[in-house]
Design a protein around this ligand. Structure first.
Ligand SMILES: [Zn+2]
Length: 106
């Protein structure tokens, strides 16, 4: 299944060749969920049911947001409990085409 990153202006897609990890929006923690939604410029009152399919890619997190650098058995890195996406992309993580898309859309 291919899905897009929910971060405004980000064109990263979850597909088999993507170098990015895709993270679900935290639904259990209301405060954390509202922080994520405000960073994503979404309505903080969006019902959790309609957030289940959304993902945010790893370009918006720093190494400090992850628990160590260990991967679990599925090869997934885990975010810390209180990790929140950064407002801007790390420059090093922007590929040329994504960079173009980022700055050509409002
Ligand atoms: Zn993204």
């Amino acid at each position: 299944m291919v899905c897009c990153c929910a971060f405004p202006g980000c064109a990263n897609r979850a597909n088999s060749w993507s170098p990015y990890r895709f993270h679900r929006i935290p639904l259990a923690d209301l405060h954390l969920r509202m922080l994520w939604l405000s960073v994503l410029r979404m309505d903080v009152n969006t019902p959790p049911a309609s957030l289940k399919h959304l993902r945010v890619c790893s370009a918006h997190f720093t190494d400090d947001d992850y628990i160590g650098k260990r991967e679990n058995s599925k090869g997934q890195l885990h975010l810390k409990d209180h990790a929140v996406p950064s407002f801007s992309l790390k420059k090093s993580d922007i590929c040329h085409s994504c960079h173009w898309i980022l700055f050509s859309t409002k």
